[in-house]
Every structure is written in C-alpha cells, then in structure tokens.
Design a protein around this ligand. Structure first.
Ligand SMILES: Nc1ncnc2c1ncn2[C@@H]1O[C@H](COP(=O)(O)OP(=O)(O)OP(=O)(O)O)[C@@H](O)[C@H]1O
Ligand SMILES: [Mg+2]
Length: 143
C-alpha cells in the first residue's frame, strides 16, 4: 500500500509545485494487502485528481495512509470548496458533474471499484472548508 500511495502521490507533484499547492503525504502504517493494486491505484489517483481539480492555487492537498482496527484507510484531503449537503449523494452517481466539464463518471467508478475491492469510499466535507474522501479497505480478506 505504501508503494501505491507513493506512486499516486508522485504523479501530482509537478502540478502541486506549479500551482503553489501545499502537498503532503503521511504514512502511519505500512500494510500489505492481497488485492488488485491497479484498481487501488486507480481509485487513489481519481480522488487526487478531483482534489487538485477543485482546490484553488495556493491551497492544500494531502494523502494519508493509515490502519485503524480492521481497516486500511487512504484519505485524500483538500482545502477546496467542499460539497453542500444536498450534493453529497449525487456526486457518486454516474454523469453528475457540478460544472459539466468532466464526465461525472470519476466518483461513480471509484465507488464501484471500492465496493468490488470489499470496501467503500467515505466522505467528510464542509462547504467552504474542504473535503476528505477516504478509501476504506478491509485489512483482512473477507470470505
Ligand atoms: N474534492 C472535491 N471537492 C469538491 N467537489 C468535488 C470533489 N470531488 C468531487 N467533487 C464534486 O463531485 C462531482 C463528481 O465528481 P466526479 O469525479 O464523479 O466527476 P468529475 O470530476 O466532474 O468528472 P471526471 O471525473 O469525469 O473528470 C464533481 O463535479 C464535483 O462537483
Ligand atoms: Mg473526477
């Protein structure tokens, strides 16, 4: 998991520098998972792409890997606009995009992938303050 997080993290380093975004990475556990690494990378990259898309220049984006009880958590935090309560379900539906600039498929695919990997995506957000999208995976394979 650490390698996957590092790989996703590195791929946005140049954009962060160019846009003056305070970009950090935190690793507080180094779990090893039997899973589909490409799909995990896809989800993390998608959450990071959204964080960078919605965070203004000079803002803050962070990615954090941790292990809590039976779960492995990869959190992507941003200091973007946040998501109002009434949109918080809608954003996970296919083809819903606030500005119509994207396909609106990113989060729909990410949450289906998270479910297929035995986990889910959790959202904590405050309008005007920022968002935290967290990929939560079971630390042990569920049979
Ligand atoms: N980090 C974020 N901060 C604020 N709003 C977000 C964030 N991530 C997603 N959203 C909201 O959720 C909507 C859906 O996101 P999703 O990734 O599914 O589609 P998209 O980013 O608009 O399009 P695509 O991923 O195809 O480029 C976005 O249009 C935006 O309104
Ligand atoms: Mg997106």
């Amino acid at each position: 998991m650490e390698r996957l997080v590092d790989r996703a993290y590195s791929s946005f380093g140049e954009e962060a520098r160019r846009r003056g975004i305070d970009y950090s990475r935190s690793i507080t556990a180094t779990p090893v998972l039997e899973t589909d690494g490409d799909r995990v990378l896809q989800v993390i990259s998608n959450l990071l792409a959204n964080a960078f898309r919605w965070t203004p220049d000079g803002g803050r984006v962070g990615v954090a890997l941790s292990q809590v009880d039976g779960t492995i958590r990869i959190a992507v935090d941003d200091s973007g606009p946040g998501i109002p309560q009434e949109e918080q379900e809608r954003i996970f539906r296919p083809f819903w995009s606030r500005d119509g600039q994207g396909t609106g498929l990113g989060l729909a695919i990410a949450s289906e992938l998270a479910a297929a990997l035995g986990g889910e995506i959790e959202l904590q957000t405050q309008a005007g303050k920022g968002s935290r999208f967290e990929l939560v995976l079971p630390a042990n394979r569920r049979v």
